[in-house]
Design a protein around this ligand. Sequence first.
Ligand SMILES: Cc1ncc(COP(=O)(O)O)c(C=O)c1O
Length: 411
Amino acid sequence: MLRTIPHNQRLNEVRYDIRGPLHARALELEQQGRSIVRLNIGNPGRFGFEAPAHVRQAIADHLRDSEAYCHQQGLVEAREAIAQVHRQRGVAADLQQVYVGNGVSELIDLSLRGLLNSGDEVLVPAPDYPLWTAAVILNDGQPVHYPCPPERQGLPDPDEIERLITPRTRALVVINPNNPNGAVYPLALLRAIAAIAERHRLVVFSDEIYEGLLYDDAQFHPMAPLVQGTLCMTMSGLSKMHRACGYRVGWMTATGRVTAAREYLKSLDLLAALRLCSNVQGQWAIPAALLGPDTHTALCRPGGRLYETRAALLRTVARSRFLSVVAPQGAMYGFVGIDEGQLAEFDDQQFALDLLERKQILIVPGSSFNVPYRNHFRITLLPEAALMERVIVAIDEFIAAIAAGGRRAVA
Ligand SMILES: Cc1ncc(COP(=O)(O)O)c(C=O)c1O
């Protein structure tokens, strides 16, 4: 008799719909010759964006120097550049506090693995970039979501966060600017969150991978300068602002009360050593990206690709009877709400599947980002403005057809 191979049961609690069953179905449809408009993932290289030439050149220039493993925490040159950025912000940091990884993704997992014991709780925003929730679960922790609802422009309420703290709470995750809802946290809010973390001795994980992608008057404030009484782990990388997802380069820096975190930091060093090092060639791009010219701000200003596509999203949604969106202040996504009052038994996952099958448009259902409501979807701002406009009009017409005739009308 054929015995099936069991798997890690905790994976049953984990979802990553950005590349989940909908994405798999899109690939199937493409294999059948259908053309799919894929707006599910923030992958700039797939939309005609390129890494800055000087960043690419830095890798080419050092290819011959990339053949050996490097220090487990990363190349000295790369870590020094990262520490320097922190020092420019008035934060004490040297290269020993920096860890380079194969994308922020690897560091999210590694940093939680080094921290959590079974049943430890981690406060995570809802909506979140779902790897945070997944990595807490896979490292035997318990995610506790704090709400960042559209009614509050996607921002959390510090009192609400504090009420969720229990004796098991170990850490607090902030994603600023937020993926998926584009919220950019005001300074006063960050200060309040930092004070909560200090009061309860929580580790702050501040995921700032979209820090430079800001619209209108939005201002980004790094978390590290605000945290002194506890440990702050700041994360960033090359994937978004520097449009180089495929290089797989991210970093994190431990600042604040590092003296109280010696054992934790030693465990991170061990975990980093167990995977030897992160890919070396990509690390040469870090000094060039951080200390070279700014190539991202213009994308978010009038005439820039992200700015114009965001404007097209806001314009088209404003004309819709069914759609609404809190204008994203940062990052590269729209988190669009659907007024399901006019739609019987609306379900965002089923809606996304129907949209894919009928209109060949791939979006990500809102509930994939760990929110309790099921009337949102996320769309990336990476396509050209004209395509965004066409897609939102098509989605609006699709919803109108559902409203007129029920789901069967479109199935
Ligand atoms: C908020 C956030 N953090 C981390 C990541 C992971 O980025 P990477 O592993 O490419 O550095 C992403 C990717 O979309 C993200 O949106």
